[in-house]
Ligand binder design. Structure first.
Ligand SMILES: [Zn+2]
Length: 418
């Protein structure tokens, strides 16, 4: 196997610029038609007199989040922190629109310096601290390092909690549903509080403001989704059968979800409730099923039995020109964390990521139309890893990453260490 050496890499140290004036109308043109069509309503709380600079923390569920964010802060522009894969084929555009590059789930001090430069110059930084689309419409893990960033910046913190974005286009089935949008734009920390509040109190305010459950919201608002394939792909997230407890045996189509091992079947109602076709309904609320899987993974970790290992195909993304295939290797995830090994012609690859180094993990479903993928980053490289034999295992790997961190690193709580 030949490892291809990339000629140039993303310049992570390049300083961010304020959104160029001539690109501002473009950001509005790309955003407003959809948010108007979806009847976006924004609930403003404590932001009537607020002017930049501030730190805008936004929930993250689908691509429409960026459009809602643009509308929510209109007419002000923001510098967005964007993962490197967002820059493929459009680095010039995103750099000049104010984008700040980030490798997911790394402890990136260069990015922190870029953010501070923007707020010191009077700008807004928009950050999506969940760092990936919500898998089941509930809040993802938030790192405790957010409080430290707020302290460093010393500017007000505003949160943008969006509703509808997940239900429109969940990451396991991107087809668009007809769902209205609402968002809560709330100032939760003032500039003086950013300098004086205890870090725990700041993190607590952020977590409280980020609390969401899109299926609960759908039921409370009585939002009916009549899309015929609304459950198609749901087995990617709900991978373990709650009846026979087998994993990787779930499948889905139309509005149905079933286990290919024991044959049990569930349907998803137009209001987002699951019901067993026959027998007991273990979980009518999809996020409850997801949390059941988390407990199962946690139990395997506590028994010392958790391990997933597979032959994988490995890509890297050195620059915005696109992915480069490195070849095949082996990925192991267990109580020691991640180990990615390969033997290429020009040398071995041996990447270790300890449980303490990652409080969560980024995964993708059917990524690049090739298959499910896990991405692991160092500060200089990002590997996109496609399991070749294990079916439907990436959600479990993501849950296990979070539970390994919580179980093995209790003293550090949710704080990621490099
Ligand atoms: Zn089953």
């Amino acid at each position: 196997m030949k490892k291809k050496i990339p000629l140039s890499k993303f310049d992570m140290a390049k300083l961010p610029v304020r959104t160029r004036w001539y690109l501002r109308p473009l950001t509005w043109l790309l955003s407003f038609p959809e948010v108007w069509a979806r009847r976006l309503t924004i609930n403003h709380q404590g932001v009537a007199l607020l002017k930049p600079p501030y730190l805008l923390l936004c929930t993250h569920m689908s691509f429409v989040d960026f459009k809602v964010t643009t509308a929510a802060i209109f007419p002000h522009p923001a510098n967005y922190v964007v993962a490197i894969d967002g820059f493929i084929g459009r680095e010039w555009l995103l750099r000049n629109a104010g984008g700040i590059l980030k490798r997911k789930f790394t402890h990136d001090l260069t990015m922190i310096k870029h953010i501070k430069r923007v707020t010191d110059q009077g700008g807004i930084v928009a950050l999506y601290p969940e760092a990936r689309y919500s898998l089941i419409g509930t809040t993802a893990v938030l790192p405790d390092s957010l409080g430290k960033i707020v302290r460093l910046l010393g500017v007000p913190v505003v949160t943008l909690r969006m509703h509808g974005d997940y239900l429109i286009s969940p990451c396991w089935n991107l087809a668009k549903r007809n769902v209205p949008l609402t968002a809560d734009l709330t100032q939760i920390i003032s500039a003086s509080e950013a300098k004086s509040l205890a870090l725990d109190e700041m993190n607590e305010r952020i977590r409280k403001s980020f609390d969401y459950d899109e299926y609960r919201w759908q039921q409370e608002q009585r939002i009916r989704i009549d899309y015929a394939n609304n459950a198609q792909g749901l087995h990617k997230v709900l991978y373990q059968c709650p009846s026979c407890k087998m994993e990787q045996t779930m499948d889905s189509a139309g509005n149905s979800l079933w286990c290919t091992h024991c044959g049990k079947q569930w349907t998803l109602s137009p209001y987002g409730e699951l019901a067993a076709v026959a027998g007991e309904t273990e979980f009518s609320h999809p996020p409850d099923w997801y949390e059941f899987q988390r407990r199962e993974v946690r139990r395997q970790i506590e028994l010392g039995q958790y391990e997933i290992s597979d032959e994988v195909d490995i890509d890297i993304l050195p620059n915005a020109r696109g992915y480069v295939n490195l070849g095949r290797g082996k990925l192991t995830h267990n109580l020691s964390g991640f180990t990615l090994e390969a033997n290429f012609e020009d040398g071995p690859l041996n990447l270790q990521k300890s449980p303490a180094s990652m409080y969560s993990c980024h995964i993708e479903y059917n990524y690049d139309r090739r298959g499910d993928c896990i991405d692991l980053s160092t500060l200089s490289d990002t590997y996109y890893i496609y399991p070749l034999n294990q079916r439907n295992c990436v959600t479990k790997i993501a849950l296990a990453t979070e539970e390994l961190f919580a179980y093995l690193v209790p003293g550090i709580k949710k704080e990621a260490k490099p």
